[in-house]
Design a protein around this ligand. Sequence first.
Ligand SMILES: Cc1cc2nc3c(=O)[nH]c(=O)nc-3n(C[C@H](O)[C@H](O)[C@H](O)COP(=O)(O)OP(=O)(O)OC[C@H]3O[C@@H](n4cnc5c(N)ncnc54)[C@H](O)[C@@H]3O)c2cc1C
Length: 521
Amino acid sequence: MNMEGEASTVGWARWGTTADAKALPGSASTLLAQVLELTPPPPAVPLAEATVPDLELDDTVLHALRRVLGAEHVVTAPAARARHASGMSTPDLLRHRSGEVRVAPQAVLRPADHAEVLSVLDLCSRHRVAVVPFGGGTSVVGGLTPSAARHVAVDLSRLNAVVAVDPVSRTATLQAGLRAPRAAELLAEHGFTLGHVPQSYEYATIGGFAATRSSGQASAGYGRFDDMVVALTVATPRGTVRAGRAPASAAGPDLRQLFLGSEGALGVITDVTVRIRPLPMQSHHEGWRFESFADGLHAVRRLAQDGPRPTVLRLSDEVETMIGATGSGHAEGGCQLIVGYDGADVVPTVEAAADVLAAHGGVPLGEAPGHQWARHRFDAPYLRDALLDAGAFAETLETATYWSALPEVHDRVRQAILDALPDGALVLSHVSHVYETGASLYFTVICSPGSDPVERWRNAKTAASDAIAATGATISHHHGVGADHRAWYAAEIGDVAVDLLRAVKQQLDPAGILNPGILVP
Ligand SMILES: Cc1cc2nc3c(=O)[nH]c(=O)nc-3n(C[C@H](O)[C@H](O)[C@H](O)COP(=O)(O)OP(=O)(O)OC[C@H]3O[C@@H](n4cnc5c(N)ncnc54)[C@H](O)[C@@H]3O)c2cc1C
């Protein structure tokens, strides 16, 4: 494949270029070859060659949209439509690799500001055209593929400014389409950081973080994204909602919470005011080893509940430790914990946390594993590319539950996945977001693709989701609901809450144009 062809599959059929592809760690690839039957797949179809469904939007609507946005910001080119057709789950990437785009937006709209978003929503409501807000396009739960074939994507990439920084209150107002690295760069110019560093950092946007209640690798110290949101502005088909106007308020229910996690089904978030923190003067990462996942969980819980609270806490189970450590020579056996600290002077916290970890059976591994983790913290999506290139299937899922239930949820979800993939799978897991009352569990599944990998995964994911529901855990800690988790979400919240959500949507979006089939059951 030529470079141009390859570049055009980035962000569509793969996370990075093949030049960026990371080698699988140490002898992990040998291990994979022993466990799985791998046949390298055919090369990915470049984006430029993808076939999209025919245009059905009538000229009246297209003309009206062009009048509002300017002709160059109403894009109907097949490549743009294909790129905005879905997110970046492994089934999305596999479909894209085959050049298959069954549902695509009729046009990609690029509004310049809040007023243009409002105009688009008004126009689309009148013409009954569905609207999908598109941030970085990194959804892994089908959040960008609505049930309505006749839809447009509202790409927020032109809303990419820092609107205001208030260094006294330590808040910043950021436009929704700002990508995380650019937001970090612009805030750093003022000496601040958001501290939100999810694995999807390179592409994902501020609006996407708010719309999906994202959580980053440093959530132990900086909190989840929804913890950071002070206020937000939302364009709805009924007009503008601005939620949040003080650091805390007793003026009725907190309407910010209605839009955090609303996944484009209730409105388009156009800006978000977030709490910011001074750039850390010091940053320190180190590794610890525990005899078992249960021992590690106990130690991590002590830190989460009684402190001191590090910035990063990431405990791998035995299988993830084994795969991750293959070739790295760090935690041999047992479970590895990565602990990170950001701050003006981290030494007292590092020492106090070390006492707690040691008292609970932790063995210090020094800074090397911490450095290695920090250096490779964004590698996972590139490794997924490498696995797909090698003919393996790799995908992730996640949940959260209370501490008392965590070991059971870990074991039952893991077993459900293994049972659904009886010819062999590697199931790796870690805890990386902790709270006083519980934590998230993140699973990575690597298996052979079989003849229909998308269907095979659908079955395994259903088994895992059923197991999550059966244990009483939540269907998502940070990926969101999208289309994929909708049935489990409905069961999780119950009939009365489903009706409540539908009623809110009916009020804000009477024509039902916003992300139909996503989130709202
Ligand atoms: C490799 C990989 C790693 C990931 N790691 C993490 C992680 O560590 N933590 C984490 O939390 N998530 C992670 N995710 C999931 C994903 O990145 C998050 O859901 C992210 O918050 C989505 O941001 P985005 O800008 O890409 O939104 P999109 O993918 O573009 O959109 C996500 C959903 O939100 C809606 N939406 C987007 N922008 C707006 C807006 N302005 N207003 C209203 N609705 C909007 C969309 O319609 C869609 O339903 C990962 C995904 C991938 C592919």
